[in-house]
Design a protein around this ligand. Structure first.
Ligand code: 5GP
Length: 182
């Protein structure tokens, strides 16, 4: 059990499990993108740890870019997606792989995807480390997902609770507040 700010979190997925899942999804990408040079866009902040593990398992040569969108505050999604850091490189006629930490309602990816297509990308695929399938509220196609998880708030492996907890190499799930917990 760990405490971040005012909440307690319990271990759900260990570093070892995470690394296995990263390798599995990397193997799928290696097969599909063999001999290609796609643009991989790491979505900040949450995907930084997944992206850094993922790219080290790749056998093709991607161009690695970073973008930042905002939609989440505290422990629930706001529904608004704002571009905070955009992709400046020319992605015209390029194959794009969006690298995301987690797909929850799908709102972020659903709104982000057309932005890459509008910039002239040849193809745009989503590669997320985690997905909460029961939470999806939009018709989003997730092309690569390393791990499906139930609907609960998690931290660690790049994911935060109010800015904290991103550094943990394991993934933790929030423990619902007990009567006697402050
Ligand atoms: P969506 O737009 O799919 O509802 O939410 C996507 C974003 O919400 C993710 O990129 C992530 O930043 C955040 N998010 C969704 N679920 C969780 C969660 O369980 N924990 C944390 N820390 N962030 C989450």
């Amino acid at each position: 059990m760990i405490k971040i700010l005012d909440r307690y979190f319990e271990l759900s997925y260990s570093h070892e499990v995470i690394q296995e899942k990263v390798k599995e999804v990397a193997a799928r990408l290696n097969k599909d993108y063999e001999g290609m040079n796609p643009v991989m866009v790491c979505i900040l902040n949450g995907a930084f740890m997944f992206a850094s593990d993922l790219v080290r398992e790749l056998t093709f040569q991607p161009e690695i870019l970073f973008a930042k969108f905002s939609s989440y505050e505290g422990m629930s999604t706001t529904g608004h997606v704002r571009e905070l850091i955009g992709v400046n490189a020319n992605i015209q006629a390029r194959d794009v792989i969006i690298v995301e930490d987690i797909v929850d309602t799908g709102t972020t990816m659903y709104n982000v995807l057309p932005q890459f297509l509008n910039k002239g990308a040849k193809s745009v695929k989503i590669c997320t480390f985690l997905q909460k399938p029961e939470c999806l509220t939009v018709p989003l196609k997730v092309d690569y997902c390393a791990m499906e998880i139930p609907n609960a708030f998690i931290v660690g492996y790049g994911l935060d609770y109010n800015g904290m907890g991103r550094n943990y190499r394991d993934i933790y799930t929030v423990v619902e507040k007990a009567e006697n917990q402050e």
